[in-house]
Design a protein. Structure first.
Lengths: 291, 320
């Protein structure tokens, strides 16, 4: 019984990580209608920024000279993580403005190539800047923190004017522009939030294990399974999906005697099964085709 | 380029590869060159699946890995000669490709991209788990060696090099013929408009499976040749970075022709050099990403498209 409780708690812990990245993917999917595969790497960039700020011997980063001159260095991990969220949000907005401007409007193939190109570029920058060695990130207490953030995002989307405009924009672009909504600014807000959430996911994942350059690839698969399970456009679905996937991740290897890294195969099977049998997920809208 | 010119050029390349290079290069260089050129089949796998079939295959590294491990299993565990194990490994990888390609018959192409990306990420842990086949995290070496027959007076490594070149040539010809055949035309028809293709009697599911099978088998041969040339294989070699690099190479080479794979593999060699020269160090991948990014803004279909556009412009200028 204790073991079961332990596993459920572990699952919740992981679930909050996957939920954060899954919500990030869902928001940018809402904004553009496409999956941004580079989402995880944008977050990972933030994670490394947090580490650079929090570590006293910061000689391994190019930007560390800047941080180390600021008062209060090395910073508290919470402060650094918060700063990392801001940096990742800024990076996401910049990328949206410069390279992903017509991500939603171009052909699927072109958009996919663009997000893969971005993934390769960001990952190359990370590995050339911070190298391949895994690093200790330190302890964050995530489950609570992440739940608050998810609630905040939900409140933002349902209660504030910007959130509602964002939803209107993604629902019906033409009409919302006609009633005076600025698509550019809202796109930037959407991408910024998703960048910050991805950085949160990266920091939490790093505090669970170690920060290394392939950390977010693993996390990305779970988050993709979660967001598919939840239905691509539903933020609530993404959170629930994240928790379900994480429970499966701790339960299946735990009770079937498989090594823990095999749970990635379980996530893959969930992803395929949902796509094949129920492509609109648990909370998504079933597409209706008019004949 | 007219047909006769390209034919002469192709024959010239074959002579260079089979006769001149073995005389010029040292054995070690020959081996490295062959290992590198074997990747052309992996890139060709992406090229055929995406270019002809319209199926995004981000997980091509998986098939390279399956081919490599299959060769080791067939030759060492089953005791078959390498020249028999090689086609068997290709066949087996093709079957794996058909099985893993099953979701592509059911889901949209943009979603299969996610699935195949998942394959690429999940393969190394999965392969490490299959300890008895892959040797776990520490990898496995190929015990049996490919030795030249007694009547052929060449060194071991030169013989392996020649076999590699021959296999690559045969595979390229098979792929080119496939694209010209009924199946190839059916493949392109279902890519452009699957409903219209189905109306004209193209069996969509079978065609897509065949393309994925061929694509996987080609990549499998690439992996198997890699092990023959360098008899050690490890699950971690076939990671997601390799998958991304293969995909980028195929896009950079150009997707409208099988020759694009050759240009793509050239970029796999050239880009790290460029990256080092301009001081990016380990950031060679950055050059890949940037090139794919720039290509996604243009209408040019990689190197193949650029060459075609240039030669068209030249001939237009000549004719007035």
């Amino acid at each position: 019984m204790t073991l079961l409780i332990q596993r459920v708690l572990d699952g919740l812990f992981n679930g909050s990580i996957y939920a954060a990245l899954a919500v990030a993917i869902a928001i940018s999917h809402r904004a553009t209608g496409r999956v941004n595969l580079a989402q995880g790497e944008i977050g990972l960039f933030g994670g490394y920024v947090a580490l650079a700020m929090a570590s006293p011997a910061a000689s391994f980063v190019a930007g560390a000279a800047l941080f180390s001159n600021l008062p209060g260095h090395p910073f508290n991990l919470w402060v650094s993580t918060f700063f990392a969220l801001v940096v990742a949000a800024a990076l996401a907005v910049a990328l949206q403005r410069v390279v992903m401007r017509d991500f939603g409007e171009s052909t699927p193939q072109r958009a996919l190539n663009r997000s893969i190109a971005l993934l390769i570029c960001v990952s190359a920058v990370i590995s050339s800047q911070w190298g391949g060695r895994a690093r200790i990130f330190g302890e964050l207490f995530p489950s609570d923190g992440d739940a608050y953030v998810d609630v905040l995002v939900h409140l933002f989307m349902t209660r504030t004017k910007a959130g509602l405009s964002f939803r209107a924009l993604t629902d019906n672009r033409g009409s919302s522009v006609l009633v005076g909504i600025h698509p550019k600014r809202l796109m930037a807000i959407g991408w910024g939030i998703s960048g910050a959430l991805a950085a949160l996911a990266a920091s939490l994942a790093a505090s669970m294990s170690l920060l290394d350059s392939s950390l977010m690839f693993r996390t990305l698969i779970y988050a993709l399974a979660a967001v598919t399970l939840g239905g691509f456009d539903s933020l609530r679905g993404a959170v629930v999906g994240g928790i379900i996937v994480a429970q499966a991740q701790t339960m299946i290897p735990g009770y079937f005697g498989l090594p823990s890294e095999m749970s990635i195969v379980a996530a893959l099977i969930v992803l395929i099964a949902v796509l094949v049998f129920r492509p609109w997920g648990l909370f998504g809208q079933r597409p209706v085709e008019r004949v | 380029m007219s047909k006769s010119v390209s034919r002469v050029l192709g024959a010239g390349l074959v002579v260079v590869a089979f006769v001149i290079l073995p005389l010029l290069l040292s054995q070690n260089d020959l081996r490295n060159f062959a290992r590198f050129l074997a990747l052309v089949l992996a890139v060709l796998g992406v090229n055929i699946a995406l270019g002809a079939g319209g199926i995004v295959s981000l997980g091509q590294s998986v098939f390279v890995g399956v081919g490599a491990f299959a060769l080791v299993v067939f030759s060492d565990d089953f005791g078959l000669p390498i020249l028999i194990a090689l086609p068997l490994a290709a066949l087996f990888t093709g079957l794996v490709g058909v099985v893993l390609g099953f979701p592509s018959l059911r889901v949209r192409d943009s979603q299969f991209a996610l699935v195949s990306f998942g394959y690429a990420i999940a393969f190394p842990p999965f392969a490490r788990w299959c300890r008895s086949i892959t040797g776990g995290p520490s990898g496995r070496s190929l015990e049996r060696e490919l030795l030249p027959p007694s009547w052929l007076p060449v060194e071991e490594l030169v013989y392996r090099y020649l076999i590699t070149m021959l296999v690559i040539l045969v595979c390229m010809l098979i792929a080119a013929n496939f694209l010209q055949s009924r199946w190839g035309r059916a493949t392109k028809a279902q890519r452009d408009n699957s409903l219209a293709a189905a109306t004209f009697g193209v069996p969509i599911a079978k065609t897509r499976s065949a393309v994925l099978g061929l694509s996987a088998a080609l990549s499998g041969v690439s992996g198997a040749l890699g092990v023959i040339l360098f008899p050690f294989v490890q699950a971690n070699d076939f990671n997601v970075f390799m998958a991304l690099r293969l995909y980028a190479a195929a896009v950079i080479g150009g997707l409208s022709s099988a020759l694009g794979a050759l240009w793509g593999v050239l970029s796999l060699w050239l880009f790290p050099l460029i990256g080092e020269t301009i001081g990016l160090g380990g950031g060679a991948d950055f050059v890949f990403g940037l090139t794919v990014l720039l290509l996604s803004y243009s209408q040019i279909d990689g190197v193949v498209g650029a060459i075609r556009a240039t030669s068209a412009a030249i001939s237009r200028r000549r004719s007035g």
